[in-house]
Ligand binder design. Structure first.
Ligand SMILES: Nc1ncnc2c1ncn2[C@@H]1O[C@H](COP(=O)(O)OP(=O)(O)OP(=O)(O)O)[C@@H](O)[C@H]1O
Ligand SMILES: [Mg+2]
Length: 266
């Protein structure tokens, strides 16, 4: 994924849209995504919510071009994200669910690794980009630290900073606020909104975080057992009547009919 180098270059890179049509995914006998169709508009924050195991990360990996559909198509900026021939025509970055930082590398080295290996631009400009990304995430003082020396919130910010180094037109986040205290979760949510507003990055956010979805989402998709149940605005989501969605958003603990008795292995 080659991108341009200077700060001003970002301004001439327009945000990109995503089209998913009839996407199904099987892993052997298991169907994980069932005939999913959706479109994400350039520059919007599109939130994907749903219970654990419903296929959110798998859907995100398809949009990132890390997996190929069993059926259907995914297009980013009109192009197949799995096709190496056209992969460098848009700048996409994925913030992984578990951060995926290299423990043996410092924060600086984690951020510089991809641009150095792919020779995206000369070394001094890579340094500029890395330091700029660290500054945006208030991590300038953490550049020489190693992942084991960071808190969970800092790791999440480093993962976002590493994605920013790619100067993306589209940013995919997998659970960016999970495992964080509510204040750090709110901070990351504000960062996602700021990146969208200041850099017009198209943002797709997989999250269980109701506050994030209702506060910064332009639209929210609900995925359940591989089916797309609805796509709606936050206001529509607040008024939704579908009992499964209501239960997902406001689960009540019921000690008389405990849910664990009906858990599936997913
Ligand atoms: N590479 C794979 N091979 C086989 N099965 C997989 C693979 N990746 C995911 N799955 C299965 O697909 C289903 C959906 O997984 P996915 O990771 O998308 O869930 P999720 O909605 O992101 O859940 P969570 O909220 O817990 O992260 C699960 O049953 C999982 O076991
Ligand atoms: Mg997941």
């Amino acid at each position: 994924m080659k991108t341009k180098c200077s700060a001003q270059d970002r301004s001439d890179r327009s945000p990109v849209g995503v089209e998913v049509a009839g996407l199904s995914k099987n892993y052997e006998a298991q169907t994980v995504l069932k005939d999913i169709s959706l479109s994400v508009k350039p520059g919007e924050i599109f939130v994907i919510m749903g219970p654990s195991g419903s296929g959110k990360s798998v859907l995100l990996r398809h949009i990132a071009g890390l997996e190929a559909p069993t059926a259907g198509t995914v297009r980013v900026n009109g192009l197949d994200p799995t096709d190496p021939a056209t992969r460098d025509r848009f700048a996409l970055a994925l913030v992984f669910q578990a951060g995926a930082l290299f423990n043996s590398l410092s924060v600086y080295e984690n951020l510089a690794l991809y641009p150095l290996e792919h020779q995206l631009c000369p070394k001094p400009q890579i340094r500029e980009r890395v330091m700029r990304a660290l500054k945006i995430l208030s991590l300038e003082n953490a550049a020489e630290k190693f992942p084991s020396e960071l808190s969970g919130g800092m790791k999440k910010r480093v993962a976002i900073a590493r994605a920013l180094v790619m100067e993306p037109q589209i940013l995919l986040y997998d659970e960016p606020t999970s495992e964080l205290d509510p204040v750090m979760g709110a901070t990351i949510t504000e960062i996602i909104a700021t990146l969208k507003n200041e850099y017009q990055v198209t943002s797709i956010v997989v999250s269980h975080d109701r506050d994030l979805a209702l506060t910064i989402g332009d639209r929210v998709a609900i995925l359940m057992k591989g089916n797309l149940r609805t796509i709606c605005t936050p206001d529509e989501l607040r008024r939704v009547k579908d009992p499964d969605i209501v239960d997902f958003l406001n689960p009540k603990i019921d000690l008389k009919n405990p849910r664990y008795l009906t858990l599936e292995a997913s």
